[in-house]
Design a protein around this ligand. Structure first.
Ligand code: HEM
Length: 420
């Protein structure tokens, strides 16, 4: 028997080389030339901004974050998502730091940070855990957990549906899949916030947050090396690629991705759906009366309030659809904006819960399309089914108290709902 000593040495990495740029904060002067997805105006309601840009300047620019572009038409978002020759996933979070070129084609959090050909192999490793069939085995436990959250509302007139309900569901599901202690939920929240919302911090501060995440992950991984279990962490520790076990950084990077991609996104989708139903009694009443409509309604919530925007880095200087892109410019790949393009969707600004044709891009387009989409849909459906069954009558307690996460994953973070 060989001893697995991959994880015994100190796996902390040297501060990476790469490009750092100055942090710019403050109100945006013109969204066409100075956009910033971390400013409060964007977090509160990005749709009027995106609609205006789509008409006026469909590929907007910013000098912030060291320079980047924001395509707002479906057609342009799709073209970039499919074009891995000219746009790299070496970093998919737009920040003030660009990792060095040598990090490609693997990237820090494979497969989302990987380019072809490596991407295909890293992605393939994950697929078996996320099939419809594999996900179905988790439905009963997810449903029971949702009921237990609602049980805890007993006696309350107002609850925070983002903090007390939506966030816990994906945290519990992914903790179970990875074999992590469920009571570490509050730490997961810190990691998610530092990875996705701390994007405009000085790079060194941001990296300190990432170090904490990886220290935590290596502790969990070492525990699994010592005591293997039937979960995704042990599966990744044992997995092989090209006849060899994975590099420690690959194992930890993929787990980091699953933890972060698995939590914030679904938390946002559940929260945005409940927010919509709380402020739209006609839709809420119809869904309570016709539960069979939920799968269709859910797709509409995903289209209209798509939580995820991803980034790319331009590989080489080029003239692209009327603009001059430079190597290492960011692209903010707005699936939410693509989903509201009138050239692609009829009446895109309206939420039509029985919309028949709805080929939305909330789960992305092309080779990086979401691996967790079956899981996300199961969690969203079960979360809404249980809520509507247990709390059929509800409304926003104070619309002005609702807050939304800024940055690339957008959803309600404070959502006071009157239930009594
Ligand atoms: C409503 C919830 C979710 C939404 C809207 C969403 C959205 C997305 C999007 C837009 C991408 C494409 C990224 C890109 O093009 O760079 C993506 C990729 C990915 N998502 Fe999700 N996601 C959700 C939930 C989940 C869950 C629950 C998991 C797993 C626990 C997950 C795992 C992944 C992974 C592993 C990738 C990378 C795939 C690749 O690079 O080949 N996602 N997701």
């Amino acid at each position: 028997m060989t001893v697995d000593d991959r994880f015994t040495r100190d796996l902390r990495q040297d501060p990476p080389t790469g490009t750092r740029n100055e942090v710019v904060v403050g109100p945006v002067s013109d969204w066409a030339t100075d956009f910033s997805h971390v400013e409060p105006e964007w977090a509160a309601d990005p749709y009027p901004i995106l609609d205006d840009l789509r008409d006026r300047c469909p590929i907007a620019h910013t000098g912030r974050f060291g320079g980047g572009w924001l395509p707002t038409r479906y057609e342009d978002v799709a073209a970039i998502a499919y074009d891995t020759e000219r746009f790299s996933s070496r970093s998919i979070i737009m920040s003030n730091y660009r990792p060095p070129l040598e990090i490609a084609p693997v990237g820090g959090v494979p497969p989302i940070s990987s380019d072809p050909p490596f991407h295909h192999d890293a992605r393939k490793l994950l697929l078996p855990a996320f099939t419809k069939k594999a996900v179905a085995t988790r439905e009963a436990a997810t449903r029971a957990f949702c009921h237990s959250l609602i049980d805890s509302f007993e006696g309350a007139e107002v609850v925070d549906a983002a903090r007390d309900y939506a966030q816990h569901i994906p945290m519990r599901v992914i903790a179970d899949m990875l074999g992590f202690p469920p009571e570490d939920g509050p730490r997961f929240r810190e990691f998610v916030e530092s990875a996705l919302e701390g994007v405009n911090l000085p790079p060194e501060e941001r990296m300190a947050g990432m170090d904490e995440l990886f220290d935590y992950l290596y502790t969990q991984i070492r525990d699994h090396v010592a005591t293997p279990r039937d979960d995704l962490t042990t599966y990744l520790i044992e997995a092989e690629l090209y006849g060899r076990k994975l590099e420690p950084a690959h194992v930890a990077g993929t787990i980091a991705l699953l933890l972060i991609a698995g939590i914030d996104t679904t938390w946002s989708a559940i929260g945005a759906s409940l927010w919509h139903l709380a402020k739209t009694p006609a839709d809420r009443e119809r869904l309570v009366a016709e539960p069979g409509l939920l799968p269709t309604a859910m797709e509409e919530f995903l289209r209209a309030y798509a939580p995820v925007t991803m980034a790319r880095l331009v590989k080489e200087d080029m003239h692209w659809r009327g603009v001059d892109m430079k190597a290492d410019d960011w692209i903010l790949l707005s699936f939410p904006s693509a989903n509201r393009d009138p050239a692609q969707f009829d009446r895109p600004e309206e939420v039509i819960i029985d919309r028949e044709i709805n080929r939305h891009a909330a789960f992305g387009l092309g080779i990086h399309r979401c691996v967790g989409s079956h899981l996300a849909r199961m969690e969203l459906r079960v979360a809404l089914e249980v809520w509507l069954e247990r709390v059929p009558v509800f409304g926003l307690d104070d619309p002005s108290a609702v807050t939304w996460a800024p940055g690339q994953v957008r959803g309600p973070r404070t959502l006071p709902i009157r239930i009594g």
